[in-house]
Design a protein around this ligand. Structure first.
Ligand SMILES: Nc1ncnc2c1ncn2[C@@H]1O[C@H](COP(=O)(O)OP(=O)(O)OP(=O)(O)O)[C@@H](O)[C@H]1O
Ligand SMILES: [Mg+2]
Length: 250
């Protein structure tokens, strides 16, 4: 595989918190365009690994390469500028602003201080906000204040906020957590319909969801990668079943 075909390469990444080795020498490579699932029991280190990749947390050791560039010691915004996006948590939405205003802000994350008045007239930015709203099934809610959206719709908007800056690699940490069955199904369908050129890293506990959505699944346990294969093969793995049945220590 040529370097430019690799969206993300993590080599020997480690991170400890007060004696807990949350991520313990993780190495993985995700080819551009791949949809990669990450599973593992609570405390396996999935979110910590995500934070190391986005740059929210500094690594103790290891290297991270994004689209061929070493970003190991680069800040969050540098990685974002290279095309790395992640879903926002609900607290990052501006509840009093409309869906469109939130998407416009997300499309221009580095221009926040200017605030958005001048951009409301910028047709290209508003058009993009409209496109993204369509992609996350909120096309008819552009003028709705975020606080009037349902919980499921707010999650759809979080996905839209991550898509607005047009990322090449998008990372989602349990995007359907806390949603009802129908809402879950809806957000997963939206994710599955995303442009195939966008590389996806998705933390998700439900193996059935991963079966339909991902090309490869990585299994984490106690800060390490213990398996990596197609979702079909992973769901048959004895070790993985043991972990989820609780017969291995989490
Ligand atoms: N900021 C922190 N300070 C101290 N310990 C932390 C911190 N963040 C994570 N940990 C610890 O690191 C380990 C890995 O946590 P992490 O949140 O990455 O797991 P996870 O796989 O995302 O779990 P879950 O499925 O519950 O979301 C856990 O033991 C956790 O308690
Ligand atoms: Mg987590």
């Amino acid at each position: 595989m040529q370097q430019k075909d690799v969206a993300l390469e993590v080599v020997n990444a480690s991170k400890a918190f007060a004696g807990i080795q949350a991520v313990a020498g993780v190495t993985l490579a995700v080819p551009a365009g791949q949809r990669r699932g990450i599973i593992g029991p609570n405390g396996a280190g999935k979110t910590t690994l995500f934070n190391l990749i986005t740059g929210t947390l500094a690594m103790d050791a290891g290297t991270i390469t994004l689209f061929g560039r070493d970003v190991s010691r680069r800040p969050v915004h540098h990685r974002a500028n290279l095309g790395l996006g992640r879903t926002y948590q609900i607290t990052n939405l501006f509840l009093d602003l409309s869906v469109e205003e939130n998407l416009v802000l997300a499309a221009n994350p580095r221009k926040l201080p200017d605030f958005f008045a001048p951009w409301r007239s910028q047709r290209s930015v508003r058009a993009r906000a409209g496109d993204v709203a369509e992609q996350v099934a909120l096309g008819d809610k552009l003028d709705t204040p975020v606080r009037d959206l349902s919980h499921g719709e707010q999650r759809q908007l979080e996905l839209g906020m991550a898509l607005a800056p047009q990322p090449r690699l998008i990372m989602m940490d349990e995007p359907a957590a806390g949603l009802s069955g129908t809402e879950r199904h809806h957000i997963m369908a939206l994710i599955s319909r995303l442009d195939r050129s966008i590389t996806i890293l998705l933390v998700e506990h439900n193996m059935e969801v991963l079966l339909g959505l991902t090309d490869v699944v990585t299994v984490m346990h106690q800060g390490q990668i213990i398996a990596e294969d197609t979702p079909a093969a992973i769901s048959q793995e004895k070790t993985v079943q043991d972990i989820y049945m609780g017969t291995l220590d989490a």
